[in-house]
Design a protein around this ligand. Structure first.
Ligand SMILES: [Fe+2]
Length: 312
C-alpha cells in the first residue's frame, strides 16, 4: 500500500487512500469488492435496447458536423450503430486492439480513488443501468448510454486514450493536496464538456455534450456561451454548473496539446498555489484568456434551465 504523502507509480493493485481525504460518502453495495465492479454486465430487456436505439438515433440527428471527427470515427470503429446496448466484452476486445482500453460495468458513481485507479489501468467504468422513459431527457447519474455512447468512442483515439490514463494517475496528487475539486474541474471542462478546433470550426468531444439532446447545438453554435482556449491552470480555478448548459466551454487545439499541457504541468506547484475554492465564476472572461467567442450569456441571464429561456 502507498501512503497519500507519496504518489504511487505502480497501479497494479488499488493504492491506499488516507482517511482524512474528503470524498463523496458512497455506500458500496454488499456484493461488490473493493474494485466496485459488477461481476457481469446487466441483462437488458427489449425495452431497454429500444431506449438505447432511440437515444442513439436522436443524437445521430444532431451530431454530424458538431461532434469531433475522432468521435464519429470512434463510433464507426466500434460499430456502435449496430443496434441495442453494446456488449462490454465485444467493445473491450475492439478497444484493446486499438488502444489497450476496456469497458467495465459499475452499478453507480464510484469513489474518486477507485475511478482514478481504473483509468490508470486503462479501464473505463461504465454505468450498468439504462435510463427509463421517465428520465429519457435528463438523468442525474450517468447511465450506460452516457458512458458508452458519450465516452467510449473517444477512447479509440490513441492520444486521447493516453490523456485519460494520465488523468487517472494524476488523481493521487490531487488527493494529497486535497484539491480534488480542481482536478474535477479539469475533467468537467475536457472529458465532459470539451471542444476542439477543427480548421476554423469548433467541434465537441466531451461526453456530456455528445450524449444529450440540446447541448451539441448550444456548445458549438449558440451565441450565449463563451468559448475560450484551454489553459489547464485557469480551468482548474473555474467553477462549473452540473445541472444546466455551460456558460463557458474550453477549446483545445488538438488532443496532443491537451496531453502535453497536462503531463508537463508541475501539479505540485499548481496545487500549492491553488486556493480551496474556485477563483473564477463559470461565466467569467479574464485578462489572460484567449477568447474564441465571447458569449452574450443571454441564456444564463434569462434564467437558464426551468425558466423557459431558449438555449440560444
Ligand atoms: Fe461522463
Amino acid at each position: 500500500m502507498v501512503s497519500i504523502t507519496e504518489t504511487p507509480t505502480d497501479f497494479t493493485t488499488l493504492p491506499d487512500m488516507s482517511a482524512d481525504i474528503f470524498t463523496a460518502p458512497l455506500q458500496k453495495p454488499a456484493h461488490l469488492g473493493s474494485d466496485w465492479l459488477e461481476p457481469k454486465q446487466a441483462d437488458y430487456s427489449s425495452a431497454d435496447h429500444a431506449i438505447w436505439d432511440e437515444l442513439f438515433a436522436r443524437q445521430m440527428a444532431v451530431l454530424p458536423g458538431r461532434a469531433a471527427t475522432a468521435f464519429i470515427e470512434g463510433l464507426d470503429k466500434l460499430d456502435l450503430s449496430r443496434g441495442g446496448v453494446p456488449e462490454f466484452g465485444r467493445l473491450s476486445e475492439e478497444l484493446d486492439r486499438l488502444t489497450g482500453w476496456s469497458v467495465v460495468p459499475v452499478p453507480m458513481l464510484i469513489p474518486d480513488h477507485v475511478f482514478f485507479w481504473h483509468l490508470a489501468n486503462r479501464r473505463f467504468p461504465a454505468g450498468n443501468f439504462i435510463r427509463t422513459r421517465e428520465t429519457f431527457d435528463y438523468i442525474q447519474e450517468p447511465d450506460v448510454f452516457h458512458d458508452v455512447f458519450g465516452h467510449v468512442p473517444m477512447l479509440t483515439d490513441p492520444t486521447y486514450a493516453d490523456y485519460m490514463q494520465e488523468y487517472g494517475k494524476a488523481g493521487w496528487k490531487a488527493m494529497k493536496y486535497n484539491r480534488l475539486k480542481a482536478l474535477g474541474a479539469l475533467y468537467w471542462y475536457t472529458v465532459e464538456f470539451g471542444l476542439i478546433m477543427e480548421g476554423d470550426d469548433v467541434r465537441a468531444y466531451g461526453a456530456g455534450i455528445l450524449s444529450g439532446p440540446t447541448e451539441a447545438k448550444f456548445a458549438v453554435e449558440a451565441e450565449s456561451p463563451n468559448r475560450i482556449m484551454l489553459n489547464v491552470d485557469r480551468v482548474m480555478r473555474t467553477d462549473y454548473v452540473i445541472d444546466d448548459l455551460q456558460p463557458t466551454y474550453f477549446v483545445i487545439e488538438s488532443f496532443a496539446d491537451l496531453f502535453k499541457q497536462t503531463v508537463e504541468r508541475d501539479f505540485d506547484r499548481l496545487y500549492k498555489n491553488l486556493p480551496p475554492a474556485f477563483t473564477y465564476a463559470n461565466s467569467a472572461v479574464i485578462d489572460v484568456d484567449y477568447v474564441v467567442n465571447r458569449g452574450t450569456q443571454e441564456y444564463l441571464l434569462r434564467g437558464g434551465r426551468g425558466s423557459g429561456a431558449k438555449p440560444v
